[in-house]
Ligand binder design. Structure first.
Ligand SMILES: *Cc1c(COP(=O)(O)O)cnc(C)c1O
Length: 454
């Protein structure tokens, strides 16, 4: 058999020309978004004041399997895609495992993460609709960075509400966003009604994605020519991120490789949903029996310890209700260092797949994650984002199990981004100051007690 190269690249011609919508092949479809007042499924015209028209169509479409990637988006993709699928020969050697480990690396663009894949699509549809600008939230800052790049490319205004703890911890992220022309406001802020309410109820709060979403939605719906865009969780975002999985599938097929295990970190579920899409399709169709593993932080364990129920997507309860594994919309996770994984809920698509037993989920504590990150960096070179390192941790665990059993499994994981803006976190790990806070059952009971009654 031909030796597998260290990096499997695709040519531009081999890049996927359409996004894949896994919902079309799901037997149990994800539950619809509900109007928070009437509890009826949200209609397109109710979503239109919040989201761009074309994106509303994508959000509500459970039937169309393929959406052509618009030419402008495809051309932008060509600047930084296809992303490499890397065979982690050095990591395998360091672990002494017979497993074959591959990672799909999404950190090769200035935003440093996979988020640009959806940001450029969303900015394109906003521009096509003739909008002036968009608003959004950002946690660790990767989504805000990606969106500010996409907006500057299409000459759109970009207003970012950034979770306060990240705004303080990551001044460089903020400046990257401003370099691309975005305005950045720490959330909760006093510039919105909902921000003022949240600050009154929780003075001194370091914020959460849920708070920042509420503020961004308020501004979008009260400013003419603006819509709100979201970097994760939504069906449309998983659709755009399917480019990750499709490229991975094409690259593996080139060498006749079938993955046994596919692993991804899960915050709101966009990279994982994108990475697994074609593998889950084959699993649903009975064509493969791939194990699919979601990895979440022990500090924010929505799949593993949450409830599968309708909940608000935001703290201010202004968004539609989504059925998902959730910790409750007023759950404020400890300020851990994987900011991109600190969301209280999980994509409705992934929630349904998990509930159907098609996907596994595990948690990892921070210090174990950083230990895995460092181990990976020292042999594979790439300095991984803390979020991505959750997947590294579990890929290493699975490879070590193969070492015990002698099985030559093929493991594929998503390396969603780089960690250059996370050096404060690495510093606290190196100095032994990092803790492994895990919410108690009582903490979760308190936030879950506020789930809406449907
Ligand atoms: C945002 C982010 C994540 C988590 O978001 P998902 O929507 O769950 O993919 C993971 N890794 C990186 C690098 C991120 O920026």
């Amino acid at each position: 058999m031909e030796k597998i190269p260290y990096k499997i690249y695709l040519t531009e011609d081999e890049m996927p020309k359409a996004w894949y919508n896994l919902r079309a092949d799901m037997i149990n479809k994800p539950a619809p978004l509900l109007n928070p007042g009437t509890h009826e499924p949200m209609k397109a015209e109710e979503l239109a004041p919040v989201f761009c028209e074309e994106l509303v169509k994508q959000e509500l479409d459970n039937e169309t399997a393929y959406f052509p990637i618009p030419e402008e988006v495809y051309n932008f993709y060509k600047m930084y895609r296809p992303s490499p699928l890397v065979r982690a020969y050095f990591l395998e050697k360091a672990l002494g495992t017979p497993a074959k480990i591959y990672y799909k690396f999404e950190g090769n663009n200035t935003s440093g993460s996979h988020k640009l894949n959806s940001a450029i699509a969303q900015a394109y549809y906003a521009k096509k609709q003739g909008l002036k600008g968009v608003t959004t939230e950002t946690g660790a800052g990767q989504w805000g960075t990606a969106l500010s790049m996409a907006c500057s490319y299409f000459d759109l205004d970009c207003k970012v509400y950034m979770v306060k703890v990240s705004y303080q911890q990551k001044p460089f992220r903020r400046e990257v966003m401003r370099t691309y022309g975005a305005s950045v406001t720490p959330s909760p802020s006093t510039s919105t009604e909902v921000g003022k309410r949240i600050l009154e109820a929780h003075p001194g709060t370091t914020g959460s994605l849920g708070c920042a979403i509420s503020e961004a939605v308020e501004v979008a719906t009260t400013t003419p020519g603006y819509r709100y865009v979201l970097g994760s969780v939504l069906n449309q975002v998983l659709l755009h991120q399917s480019v990750i999985g499709l490229e991975t599938e094409i690259a593996l097929k080139k060498y006749g490789i079938k993955p046994d295990i596919v692993i991804g970190c899960a915050g709101g579920g966009s990279n994982l949903g994108g990475l697994i899409a074609p593998f889950m399709r084959d699993k649903i169709k009975g064509l493969a029996d791939t194990r699919i593993i979601a990895v979440e932080p022990a500090s924010c364990p929505s799949l593993t310890r949450g409830k599968y129920a309708y909940d608000f997507c935001d703290t201010g309860m202004v968004c539609p209700l989504a059925k998902m594994y959730t910790l409750g919309s007023n759950f404020i996770p400890s300020p851990n260092h994987a900011g991109g994984l600190r969301y209280h809920g999980m994509s409705s698509i992934l929630s349904q797949l998990y509930d159907d037993g098609l996907m596994e989920a595990v948690t990892a504590v921070q210090t174990d994650v950083f230990r895995a990150a460092e181990r990976f960096a020292r042999v594979e070179g790439i300095l991984p984002a803390p979020e991505s390192s959750h997947a590294i941790k579990v890929a290493i665990d699975e490879a070590l199990k193969c070492k015990e059993t002698g099985e030559e499994k093929t493991i594929v994981f998503g390396l969603t981004g780089t960690g250059y803006f996370d050096m404060v976190a690495y510093e606290s790990f190196h100095d032994g100051l990092m803790d492994d806070y895990i919410p108690t059952d009582d903490d979760l009971k308190a936030s879950l007690s506020t789930l809406p009654v449907i």
